[in-house]
Every structure is written in C-alpha cells, then in structure tokens.
Design a protein around this ligand. Structure first.
Ligand SMILES: [Zn+2]
Length: 155
C-alpha cells in the first residue's frame, strides 16, 4: 500500500503533517486496582512533524491491544479467531458452544471487551482438547430449549 506518499495533516495542531515512524510505544492499563505499564517495541506509528503528537493507525492499535491481552495472560483477539477457525465454527456457533451471547463473543474477538480469566481458561481447554466439545454439546442438548423464564428467582 503506497499510502505514505499522500500527506496527511495533523488533526491536533492542523499545522504539521503526519510522518511514518517506528518507535517503542509506552502505554498503561488498569488491572484491578493496579496501573500496569506496557512498552510495545517497534510499533509503526504516525507522528506530527510540528507538534510531535503521535497517532496510532488501526494496525498499531490492534498490536497494542494484543500486547495488553498477553500481559494479562489472556488469549489475544487473533488467537481467539484462530482457535475458532481451527474448530471450523462460525462466531455464532462458537458463542452457542461456549454458552455465551453472540454479542459477547463478538466483542472478545474484536477486542472491545476482555474475556474474563475463567472464560479464557475454558476456551483454552476446548482448544487443547476438542473432545471437550462433545461433552459441551451433550450438556447443551440436555438443556431445555427456548423456554421462557418462569422462576421468580431469576434476575
Ligand atoms: Zn501536530
């Protein structure tokens, strides 16, 4: 993609132009009550040649997001997708298998929300041993389908 020939004006100062740069990007994220520092090495970013503000293109943001997942010990969006595709499931089928809403699953794969640690381990168990899928299917087959909640105790 020869897109770096076109000059893009800096949306911040509206004076300088964005230039390609490879740099170590430093960021922070919260894990419970702690602030965790993360340095992503050799990230392809854009920097304004006037105000020096840095901008992260989509690919860079995805990489930062993936590094955050790794640091948290969670499967990355890419890994989630790989696991699902290896199993030959659509996103909807994967959500069904896991017993979560389709939207929840989509959000994990898109990195909009983090799957929690329990769910992460559960997905790893399925990936490591697909025999677990048969067990899950057996469980879900025995569940009543499309029943409206009648119990007043359910929220
Ligand atoms: Zn600028």
């Amino acid at each position: 993609m020869p897109e770096n020939k076109e000059k893009v004006k800096c949306p911040l100062c509206n004076d300088g132009y964005l230039e390609d740069e490879i740099s170590d990007h430093e960021t922070y994220f919260r894990e419970g009550t702690r602030n965790i520092k993360l340095v992503v090495k050799n990230l392809n970013i854009k920097r304004c040649n006037k105000c020096k503000e840095e901008f992260l293109p989509k690919e860079a943001l995805n990489r930062v997001q993936a590094e955050k997942h790794k640091k948290r010990g969670l499967l990355t969006m890419e890994q989630l997708k790989e696991i699902r595709q290896k199993l030959g499931y659509t996103q909807e089928e994967m959500a069904d298998l896991l017993g979560v809403g389709k939207k929840s699953y989509l959000r994990w794969e898109k990195g909009l929300y983090l799957q929690n640690k329990a769910m992460d381990r559960y997905i790893r168990l399925i990936a490591e041993n697909p025999e677990n899928i048969n067990i899950l299917k057996r469980i879900s087959e025995n569940l009543p389908k499309e029943e409206k909640p009648t119990s007043p105790t359910s929220p």
